[in-house]
Design a protein around this ligand. Structure first.
Ligand code: UGA
Length: 432
């Protein structure tokens, strides 16, 4: 039977879950305290760029299954299932800021007037769901609620596809009543035999951190092997492909580049290190991964500096998002690279198909251009930092003819090295 679900938070996770769960036939109300967000979403206008999102937003709002509101009290009271999907950023001291989770938990408690399942989708430090349970118990009886941990594994840019075809659904849930309700919430995925992992709260919380830290480790590993390739004259792509043929390794997440970024991997590796410290358990591998990833970002400009004096140079930067198919620039390697370029005295001319508005909030005064060719005009050197398809197919001859210099840094290896060299570029990729 369809459920009445309230989702607190309309960021990536909250909004994608809202359109997805309403598309499953549930009645979903998504809450955000920012009126402009609620207004825009109610008018069926997505507030983030995510492939396919708009279609699902329009469809479910029109079908009368999806609503947006700023009024958390009523939305919580009306729901059988309340999903917490608020942000859990890292604060300036390097710790997870749980203030939004705590605030949401308290407003749930205030409005807990009948049995509800409280589901945490935000990525939260180990023990947070136990804290929510304890907090609710301070003023409410145990039979009025169940706390469930249901971490998300969505990738930005593919979030819709990931939502409807997940590799697994992880549910930390310790009672039969809540389990039955969660089965109903995800009924369509149950029917297509998606693997469901049922476990306790701590296990569910840790699965998320363990997965993201593992992905970070895999990327860092291939980045270091790529760096070694440059030193010894080997080709990272042949190596990654061959490694990936071993089913135990798998070919995914073996693409070298400027280091991983985004709102998840950096923050989750950090929190896992914190968790290790809190419990007195060594997390030295993950800590090393974090440090190596910072060095990988610096390495881009270190390599440039070894070839050219950057002061006074005009540098074209193509790609500002932390990866393609998103307008997100949070912890994007481009932030580290651009800030180093500026401190070296270079003049930065940037282009990105989707992320320029968000990047402008971080760097208001670099030069932004509507096309890659405009960014490259009279540039002394060109850097590609994000693997957008339009850069893979870029008219290199045209780029070459507009540039003043001949240096091309293809940090994501999106181009054919040989064709670039034939056109007269001094071409440098990563690990080849
Ligand atoms: C990541 C996880 O992949 C999701 O499963 C998880 O749900 C999400 O975090 C989250 O915690 O919410 P996401 O941040 O969207 O997803 O991005 P990824 O596709 O994982 O890429 C992260 C970073 O690694 C990007 O900067 C990307 O360019 C980089 N990367 C990825 C590489 O440099 N090489 C690779 O081979 C793969």
């Amino acid at each position: 039977m369809a459920k009445r679900i309230t989702i607190i938070g309309t960021g990536y996770v909250g909004l994608v879950a809202a359109v997805g769960l309403s598309d499953f036939g549930n009645y979903v109300t998504a809450v955000d305290r920012r009126e402009e967000i609620v207004e825009s979403l109610s008018q069926r206008k997505p507030t983030i760029y995510e492939h396919g999102l708009e279609e699902y937003l329009v469809r479910n709002v029109e079908a009368g299954r999806l609503f947006f509101t700023t009024k958390v009290e009523q939305a919580v009271r009306d729901a059988e299932v309340v999903i917490l999907a608020v942000g859990t950023p890292i604060d300036s001291t390097g710790h997870t800021d749980l203030s939004q989770v705590k605030e949401a938990a308290l407003s749930v408690r205030e409005n807990l007037d009948a049995y509800k399942v409280i589901v945490t989708k935000s990525t939260v430090p180990i023990g947070t769901n136990r804290w929510i349970e304890k907090t609710l118990l301070e003023t409410k009886p145990a039979d009025l609620f169940s706390v469930v941990s249901n971490p998300e594994f969505l990738r930005e840019g593919r979030a819709i596809q990931d939502f409807f075809h997940p590799d697994r659904i992880v549910i930390g849930c310790e009672g039969e009543r809540a389990r039955k309700i969660m089965e109903e919430v995800y009924r369509p995925l149950y029917l297509i035999q998606t693997p469901f992992v049922w476990c306790n709260l701590e296990t569910a919380e840790l699965i998320k951190y363990a997965s993201n830290a593992f992905l970070s480790t895999k990327i860092t590993y291939i980045n270091q092997i790529a760096n070694l390739c440059e030193a010894v004259g080997a080709d990272i792509h042949v190596i990654a492909r061959s490694m990936g043929m071993d089913g135990r390794i798998s070919p995914k997440f073996l693409h070298p580049g400027p280091g991983y970024g985004g709102s998840c991997l950096p923050k989750d590796t950090r929190e896992l290190v914190n968790t290790g410290e809190r419990y007195g358990v060594e997390m030295s591998l993950v800590r090393t991964v974090e440090e190596a990833n910072e060095r990988q970002k610096s390495r881009v400009v270190d390599k440039l500096k070894a070839l050219v004096e950057l002061k006074g140079k005009k540098v074209a930067v193509l790609g500002l998002a932390y990866k393609s198919e998103t307008d997100d620039v949070r912890d994007s390697p481009a932030i580290a690279v651009v800030s180093r370029l500026l401190s070296e005295g270079a003049e930065v001319h940037a282009h990105d198909p989707k992320a320029m508005d968000r990047f402008r909030e971080v760097f208001p005064s670099i030069h932004y251009h509507d096309s890659e060719f405009a960014a490259a005009r009279d540039a002394d050197l060109l850097l590609i930092l994000t693997e957008w398809n339009e850069y893979r197919n870029i008219d290199l001859q045209k780029v070459r003819s507009t540039m003043r210099g001949d240096l091309l840094f293809d940090v994501r290896n999106v181009l054919e090295a040989e064709s670039a060299r034939t056109l007269g570029f001094r071409y440098f990729g990563t690990g080849r």
